[in-house]
Design a protein around this ligand. Structure first.
Ligand code: MOS
Length: 749
């Protein structure tokens, strides 16, 4: 097989090509704004040019005079929209800042929307709308005057007496780290199209959570959820930015209702930086106490995370950093810093990317201090229990290190910084761990199986590029004993049974588990009526061999059997909230996705990996290159080696981007993003990514969920930035503790 389709090893599925691959490469796949609606009007957003202030007057005369303009919406005529509860878990709004004025709380806040017969007319009018704003001086970031520190409600793991253990330690390390603001920038822009039919509305919007979109939009416009249908067959990238209801959606729905005509909005690339969420900047203080043999007796991690004035959004990655190794004692703390910025939100591996960057940089610094190989330092601190005594369900970290180190040639490394050279290029080799909690959410699915051996699977899951259609097709094929070509998979529509949010790397585990359950129910009915039993699920996921059920179906007197299944992972328990017991399945139907697993399950459930990076830094110019990267990952059962490799590859590339390229720059005087476009927001291009190797390490874990899948969507971009930073130190002797690592940071006297 070719590199894109690795041979399955133990507990891995075949590299089936993506079911939707042909649709995508032929342009047949319809994204939300491609969906045909009758006679649409076009919308263009008006956004605030200042970060803080009050709108004192609006003059729309020139804007309304633009030919083709149908109406203009501002805070003066949008009071019908309800205020949603801010709810970072989905179901509510992505931000509390949902009004379009008169109060302005961040730069780029939506303050109006023009709707016209053409996109061009709407855009022209948007630039002619005049807003008078009484401006106040905003606070932009951590070091600005006027920011407020507060404690978000976040779990802060603690075990033993970490301070005393630190004081008593033979070797002490202390370090500060920082990560910048980042924006997802999916290729598909933020779009919303709404069409009403009497009192019912259909919304076409790229979404990571169909039932969240349906229910939260219903609340926003004040209709019953059954009056809303949300459709999102394909999503052109999301990475966390399309998981929650953002303010634009209600506005488009209101406009379509008022005009009695479908309205289509495609926000611009620069608007995308302020009308949705982003990865907040973070700061970290790490303190580690260790024995001379490297055994860590004390780990302390304090994190600070930037957020908006009203919302306590925090990722709190100490939950994961505190458990990655068998620390003797741990103490953690998370703080929010509130500034005049839009509310941040999920971005690929939200808690772990910044917090594990800090931890894995500190591990490398400690290894140098101890004169120890960084891989051996991880080995000394590897173990099946965390500091609180909780056990891992499975843990293959050192297998990943060993496989990746061998493939990379780590044993040839000279540990001395600056010692490896090739002409004018300083060579650096570095490594770091990747880790991501294994989550799973409640899910429901419907499966039909017909006498002709064709199956149809219905689940409101999300094809955000991850391959959910394909892996759901594979699990149905495997359970029903039919070829994957015989399975039709329908996703991305709120009329289908609900799937959890396509976030937290939950989709494959949750959807495959419930689809397997529905298939098993069909098998049970067939077997009870004399059918040939389906082939037992095999170690290696394969496509089924032929099963002839015609006689069984004939005996049953039906052409098709249908089963609906629901599955609530055992870690997701009904919660006694204010005396009420909330059923997780009911919560899912009403647009709230409760996730179980990770550090909250009976055992610690995590996927793990190890990444090794070579960097080359030019002796004089300090230009930084990454000629090769090797990652090895273990994540339970791998459904499809092709889509898995693709996920890991994308993750590592993003990790390199985090390390060397990406940062949303902010003008501190105005709390305004200055590089809100794809020319100045720097991301890697093909020439930046050279050799990239993905190693799939076999692992079996039957505890995590019925299908043994850990989830991989967010694993591989964790740790990469630290591996690159560690390699840069090895090349140059310069330790950069604030991402991204740009060449000016490596200029030494
Ligand atoms: Mo992902 S950031 O959990 O969509």
């Amino acid at each position: 097989m070719n590199r894109a389709a690795p041979d399955p090893k133990q507990n891995m599925g075949k590299p089936e090509p993506r079911l939707e691959g042909r649709l995508k490469v032929t342009g047949e796949a319809r994204y939300a704004s491609d969906m045909p609606v009758n006679n649409p009007a076009f919308a263009f957003l008006i956004t605030s040019p200042v970060a803080k202030g009050q709108i004192t007057a609006i003059d729309l005369a020139d804007a309304k005079a633009v030919p083709g303009v149908l109406d203009i919406f501002t805070h003066e005529n949008t009071g019908d929209l309800k205020h949603l509860k801010y709810d970072p878990q989905g179901g509510g709004g992505s931000t509390s800042i949902q009004d379009f004025g008169p109060k302005i709380q961040h730069d780029g806040q939506i303050i109006g929307m023009v709707v016209a017969d053409t996109y061009e007319a709407a855009r022209e009018a948007a630039y002619k709308a005049k807003f008078e704003i009484a401006t106040e001086k905003p606070s932009a970031g951590f070091h600005s005057e006027g920011v407020k520190e507060a404690s978000p409600k976040k779990s802060e793991p603690k075990a033993g007496d970490a301070e005393k253990a630190f004081d008593d330690a033979a070797v002490k390390f202390e370090g500060w780290y920082g990560t910048p603001t980042q924006h997802h920038n999916p290729i598909e822009l933020f779009t919303t199209t709404v069409a009403w039919n009497n009192d019912e509305l259909t919304v076409y919007e790229p979404s990571q959570f169909m039932y969240g979109l349906k229910n939260s939009l219903a609340s926003k416009v004040g209709v019953k959820p059954e009056k809303v249908r949300a459709i999102s067959h394909f999503v052109g990238g999301a990475f966390g930015s399309k998981a929650q209801l953002t303010p634009r959606t209600g506005l488009v729905a209101l406009a379509a209702k008022r005009l009695n005509r479908p309205v289509k909005l495609v926000a611009t690339r620069d608007q995308g930086f302020t009308i949705a969420t982003y990865r907040a900047e973070t700061q970290h203080k790490i303190r580690i106490g260790a024995q001379r043999d490297g055994k860590i007796t004390s780990f302390q991690h304090q994190g600070w995370e930037l957020t908006s004035r009203p919302d306590a959004y925090a990722v709190g990655g100490v939950e994961d950093s505190a458990r990655l190794y068998s620390f003797g004692a741990v103490k953690t703390d998370v703080k929010n810093v509130h500034a005049d910025r839009n509310t941040p939100g999920f971005m690929r591996s939200p808690p772990v990317v910044p917090y594990i960057y800090a931890l894995e940089s500190a591990m490398d610094e400690l290894a140098y201090q101890l004169k120890m190989d960084p891989v051996e330092l991880r080995r000394v601190n590897d173990g099946m229990k965390d500091a609180t005594g909780k056990e891992w369900s499975s843990r293959s970290l050192m297998q990943c290190y060993d496989e990746a180190a061998a493939a990379f040639g780590w044993s040839k490394r000279n540990a001395e910084p600056g010692s490896m050279r090739d002409g004018d290029w300083l060579i650096g080799w570095g490594c770091a761990s990747a880790v991501y909690p294994t989550h799973m959410g409640p899910a429901a699915a419907r499966v039909q199986f017909s006498a002709d051996g064709q199956a149809r699977v219905q689940i409101a899951a999300h094809e955000i590029g991850t391959g959910i259609l394909t892996v759901v097709g594979q699990i149905a094929a495997e359970r029903l004993g039919i070829p994957v070509e015989n399975v039709r998979v329908e996703v991305g529509d709120s009329v289908l049974p609900p799937a959890p949010v396509a976030g937290g790397s939950t989709q494959t585990a949750s959807c495959c588990s419930v689809v397997a359950k529905a298939c098993d129910a069909i098998n049970a009915r067939l077997n009870a009526n004399g059918g040939t039993p389906a082939p037992a699920p095999r170690e290696t996921v394969g496509t089924g061999t032929g099963r002839n059920h015609e006689e069984t179906f004939a005996r049953l007197g039906v052409a098709t059997l249908e089963e609906y299944a629901e599955q609530v992972p055992k870690e997701v328990k009904p919660n006694p909230v204010m005396g009420l017991v909330v059923d997780p399945m009911k919560k899912l139907y009403s647009g709230s996705s409760m996730l179980g697993g990770g550090s909250h399950a009976e055992k610690l459930m995590y996927a793990l990996g190890a990444e090794f990076v070579e960097v080359r830094v030019h002796r004089l110019t300090r230009e930084i290159r990454v000629p090769r990267i090797v990652g090895a990952f273990a994540a339970g059962r791998i459904m499809n080696t092709r889509t898995a490799r693709s996920q890991y590859m994308g993750g590592m590339i993003w990790g390199i981007s985090s390390a060397l390229h990406e940062a949303t720059e902010i003008d501190p005087r105005y709390a305004r993003y200055t590089n809100d476009n794809l020319a100045d927001y720097i991301i890697p291009v093909n020439a930046d990514i050279q050799q990239l190797e993905v190693i799939l390490v076999p692992e079996k874990d039957d505890l995590v969920n019925p299908v043994g899948v850990k989830g991989i969507g967010e694993l591989a971009n964790v740790g990469t930035a630290a591996a690159v930073a560690n390699a840069v130190f090895h090349a140059t002797g310069v330790r950069v503790r604030e991402l991204p690592i740009r060449l000016e940071k490596l200029l030494t006297a």
